[in-house]
Design a protein around this ligand. Structure first.
Ligand code: NAP
Length: 252
C-alpha cells in the first residue's frame, strides 16, 4: 500500500518546513523527489542529501514559483531530466500578519502571487508532462474559509488559501476526464519557521493549543502522511476534496 516507487514528484518550497516533511515522506514511500526552493540553496541541498542517505533519488531545482518565466524554465528542466512528472505538490507559501487597513497593494500581490498564482502556473506546466494517473496536491489551510476558521490580521493569506480550495474543486472537473486527480490538504497549526513568531508568545501558544483536541501542534510529517495517501493509487477515487489535518480543531 502507498507504494510510490518509479514515481517522479515535485514539491515546491520543499527545502524546509511542511515542504521538507512532504518531500521526505514521498521519498520514504519510494518516489524520486525534486526539491524546489526560492533562495536557500544549502537547505534544499541538505534535503536532497537526506533523501539520498535514505537510499532515495532527489535533486534540487531553484525557481521562484510566483514568476511565470521561472516556472517555465523549471518545468523545461524537469522534462529534460525526467521526461514526465507523476506528482505535483504545490506547497510554497508565505504569510504576513497585518491589520487589514495596513496591507499595501504590494504585500497583497506578493501573498496572492506566491500562494495562489504559483499553483496555477505550476499546474498549467505540470499537466503538459503528467500522464494519466497523475496526482496534484495543493496546500491550503484551516484559514481557507468555508468550513475553516478566521484568524484575523491575515486577510490576504486567508483569501489566497480560500481561492486554493476553489481552484482545486474547479480543476477536478477539467482534469478528472484526463485521469489526473487534484486535491488539497488544509493543515492546522504546524510548527515551522512560518509559525515560530506566532508560537513564541506564551499566551497565544496556550490559547491556540487549547483549541486542538489532540493536545499538540502539528509536525511536517503529519502533512507528509496525508500527501503520501493523496499521491498513491489508493486515493484514485478521491478528487476535488480537501483533507483537514488539524488535530481535530474543526471538529470542536
Ligand atoms: P516555511 O517554513 O516558511 O517554508 C516555506 C517554503 O516555501 C520554503 O521552502 C521557501 O523557500 C518556499 N517559498 C516561499 N516562496 C517561494 C517562491 N516564491 N518560490 C519557491 N519557493 C518559495 O512555511 P511552512 O510553514 O512550511 O508552509 C508551507 C505551506 O503550508 C505554505 O503554503 C503555508 O501557507 C501552508 N500552511 C502552513 C501552516 C503552518 O502552520 N505552518 C498552516 C497551514 C498552511 P525559501 O526558503 O528558499 O524561500
Amino acid at each position: 500500500m502507498f507504494d510510490l516507487h518509479g514515481k517522479k514528484a515535485l514539491v515546491t518550497g520543499g527545502s524546509r518546513g511542511i515542504g521538507r516533511g512532504i518531500a521526505l515522506s514521498l521519498a520514504k514511500a519510494g518516489a524520486t523527489v525534486i526539491i524546489n526552493y526560492r533562495s536557500q540553496t544549502q537547505e534544499a541541498e541538505a534535503v536532497v542529501a537526506e533523501i539520498k542517505k535514505l537510499g532515495g533519488e532527489s535533486v534540487a531545482l531553484q525557481a521562484d514559483v510566483s514568476q511565470k518565466d521561472s516556472v517555465t524554465k523549471m518545468f523545461a528542466e524537469i522534462k529534460n531530466r525526467f521526461g514526465r512528472l507523476d506528482i505535483l505538490v504545490n506547497n510554497a507559501g508565505i504569510v504576513f500578519m497585518n491589520p487589514f487597513e495596513k496591507i499595501t497593494q504590494e504585500e497583497w500581490d506578493k501573498v496572492l502571487d506566491t500562494n495562489l498564482k504559483s499553483q496555477f502556473l505550476c499546474i498549467q506546466e505540470a499537466v503538459k508532462i503528467m500522464p494519466s494517473g497523475g496526482k496534484i496536491i495543493n496546500i491550503a489551510s484551516i484559514a481557507s474559509g468555508g468550513v475553516g476558521v478566521g484568524f484575523g490580521n491575515i486577510a490576504h493569506y486567508a483569501a489566497s488559501k480560500g481561492a486554493v480550495v476553489a481552484l482545486t474543486e474547479d480543476l477536478a472537473i477539467e482534469l478528472g476526464p484526463r485521469g489526473i486527480n487534484i486535491n488539497a490538504i488544509a493543515p492546522g497549526i504546524i510548527e515551522t519557521d512560518m509559525t515560530t513568531g506566532l508560537l513564541s508568545d506564551e499566551k497565544t501558544r496556550t490559547g491556540l493549543l487549547s483549541r486542538i483536541p489532540k493536545g499538540r501542534f502539528g509536525k511536517p510529517e503529519d502533512i507528509g502522511a496525508a500527501a503520501v495517501f493523496l499521491a498513491s493509487d489508493e486515493s484514485d477515487y478521491l478528487t476535488g476534496s480537501v483533507i483537514y489535518v488539524d488535530g481535530g480543531w474543526l471538529a470542536e
